[in-house]
Design a protein around this ligand. Structure first.
Ligand code: PBG
Length: 323
């Protein structure tokens, strides 16, 4: 009751604010997404994502090393292959871009944790996340391709695989495939509650994975649904997911919070491309303070319950945190 209670007492100086701060970001929270392409000496800026590039293996090794030196513990790799076909066969080519990048990064920075995105959309000519027949993305035939892709990443030396396709039953299928190939120690980070979001727009330019017909609403989740996210997460944990992800992050902070409250596995959140590009664009126009908005966004995702954050801001935020 006023004037006995004056919450402002604990806000008067930075030192006291530091003492009562409930959420502390560190570079340990970040997973940095990188785009690998074919060729040599390639570092092609992604127009809609300032500061992000499509990089050939030799270049991505340098970027990975820089991230590691900033204290970022992990990266997640996306591939842009030279050839795409109906079934995305370069996704499981032992000499594919992601496979080669894993080997080269492991050589140069063995302690950096390498996660791979397991999905077909970057490798298929039609840009969908699975096998297409008569305009329909088929679930069960896709599982076999995802198994091959995950095993191929593990064989190349990936430390963790992250299926992002939203096919039913894929975590179990991938777990079985990894186990039977001698990779029972490789964890699965499942994109468990992944919504059909317009915030992926810039990523699809970056990964050249825009569907050639239709959209992804028949497999990714419908944005208005909240309880359904808990069902998706429960199923993935049952199937063997070690870490569950909510994606996107900002318009889905309620989902992150629900997942954190209801389950006891680590929760990841993906601060996606559109969320990044909005900040970059507004900052370029001089409408916001880039660094402060970036840090506020990242801390909000952690405060909601994320144990780890996949973010294109990782190096910039780590620099600020390292002082
Ligand atoms: C692949 C995949 C996508 C993203 C991560 N993995 C695109 C999509 O589902 O269309 C989006 C990442 C981002 O927007 O930053 N399926």
């Amino acid at each position: 009751m006023f004037p006995v209670h004056r919450p402002r007492r604990l806000r008067r100086s930075e030192v006291i604010r530091r003492m009562v701060r409930e959420t502390i970001l560190t570079p340990d929270d970040f997973i940095y997404p990188l785009f690998v392409t074919f060729g040599k000496g390639v570092k092609k800026p992604i127009a809609s994502m300032p500061g992000c590039f499509q990089e050939s293996v030799d270049e991505v090794v340098k970027t990975a090393k820089e991230a590691f030196d900033l204290g970022i513990p992990a990266i997640i790799l996306f591939g842009i292959p030279e050839h795409k076909d109906e079934v995305g066969s370069s996704a499981f080519d032992p000499h594919g871009v992601v496979q080669e990048a894993i080997k080269a990064i492991k050589d140069a920075v063995p302690e950096l944790l390498i996660i791979t995105d397991v999905c077909m959309c970057e490798y298929t000519s039609h840009g969908h996340c699975g096998v297409v027949r008569d305009g329909e993305v088929l679930n069960d035939p896709t599982l076999e391709l995802l198994q091959k892709e995950a095993v191929s990443h593990a064989q190349a030396g990936a430390d963790m695989v992250a299926p992002s396709d939203m096919m039913d039953g894929r975590v179990k299928a991938i777990r079985e495939a990894l186990d039977s190939e001698g990779f029972s120690h490789i964890p699965i980070m499942s994109y468990a509650a992944k919504y059909a979001s317009s915030f992926y727009g810039p990523f699809r330019d970056a990964a050249e994975s825009t569907p050639q017909f239709g959209d992804r609403r028949a497999y990714q989740m419908d944005p208005p649904n909240r309880r359904e996210a808990l069902k998706e997460v429960a199923l993935d944990i049952e199937e063997g997911a070690d870490i569950v992800m909510v994606k996107p992050a900002l318009s889905y902070l309620d989902i992150i919070s629900d997942v954190k409250e209801n389950f006891d596995v680590p929760v990841a959140a993906y601060n996606v491309s559109g969320e990044y590009s909005l900040v970059k664009a507004a900052a370029q126009l001089g409408w916001i303070d880039h660094d402060r908005v970036m840090m506020e966004i990242l801390v909000s995702i952690k405060r909601a319950g994320a144990d780890m954050i996949l973010t294109y801001f990782a190096p910039e935020a780590a620099k600020i945190l390292n002082g």
